[in-house]
Design a binder for this molecule. Structure first.
Ligand code: SAM
Length: 222
């Protein structure tokens, strides 16, 4: 048997959004890994009731641009921590396959002979669509998911949009949405007790929380 690492999505934050499978693999793991970054505490907090006295290892990624060698050294640390024939869990907020560190790490982990399995999680933006009761896609719609910035040429072909990691370019994003006749909501700390939905432009611009995103829909012509 090989060593195994599960990439586990912990969902948007509310413990009730954890999947049964996530809870099972956390129960079965010898060691839990969490990235040392902005999402770290949230992922760990979500699964706290299930970690009990298990070993937790924080995996460091340097500030700024993370390089290939940072992922390979993180992969080595993880490989060393997993027991022979044992398994570990790497936590990611939302879903592991959506804008997550785990995507890059996974390639390095497989290269050094550790088996990888992904346990999907509820994404921030599907949870947010539920909170706002805003459809992401109706029949025939095209949906754009992006981070940090919006490509206006692509937006012109779309009916709905979610922009994650908005903290740097919020003003440009709102300008592009308004120009292209999209309504929008800003959702922070979705599914957590501090959850807040804002629709007022100035209030959105004033907020600085990294755990936030913008959801938009093309306004219907009457
Ligand atoms: C590195 S990405 C991770 C995305 C995640 N893997 C997912 O499936 O949603 C971090 C971004 O996810 C969004 N995010 C994650 N959880 C959130 C939450 N509970 N409320 C609002 N935004 C959230 C924010 O836009 C944040 O900047």
């Amino acid at each position: 048997m090989m060593k195994k690492l599960y990439g586990v999505g912990t969902g948007p934050g509310d413990v009730e959004h954890l999947t049964l499978k996530a809870v099972r693999v956390i129960n079965e793991a010898d060691v839990i890994f969490a990235p040392n970054n902005k999402g770290k505490k949230m992922a760990l907090d979500t699964v706290k009731p299930f970690i009990l006295d298990k070993k937790v290892v924080f995996v460091d990624f340097p500030m700024g641009q993370v390089k290939g060698k940072d992922y390979s050294s993180a992969a080595k640390t993880i490989e060393e921590e997993i027991l022979e024939n044992g398994c570990g869990v790497f936590l990611t907020i939302g879903d592991p396959m959506v804008y997550s560190t785990f995507i890059y790490l996974m390639e390095e982990i497989e290269k050094i002979g550790v088996e990888v399995e992904i346990v999907p999680g509820i994404t921030s933006f599907t949870a947010g669509a539920a909170v706002c009761k805003t459809a992401l896609t109706e029949k025939g719609d095209r949906f754009l998911l992006c981070d940090e910035m919006v490509d206006e040429d692509i937006l012109k072909c779309c009916d709905s949009i979610c922009v994650l990691k908005t903290s740097k370019n919020k003003e440009d994003i709102l300008n592009i949405l308004e120009k292209n006749k999209f309504s929008y909501s800003y959702i922070k700390r979705c599914t957590l007790p501090e959850e807040l939905v804002l629709v007022d432009r100035e209030e959105i611009l004033a907020d600085k929380d990294y755990m936030s995103f913008i959801i938009g829909r093309r306004l219907k012509n009457d």
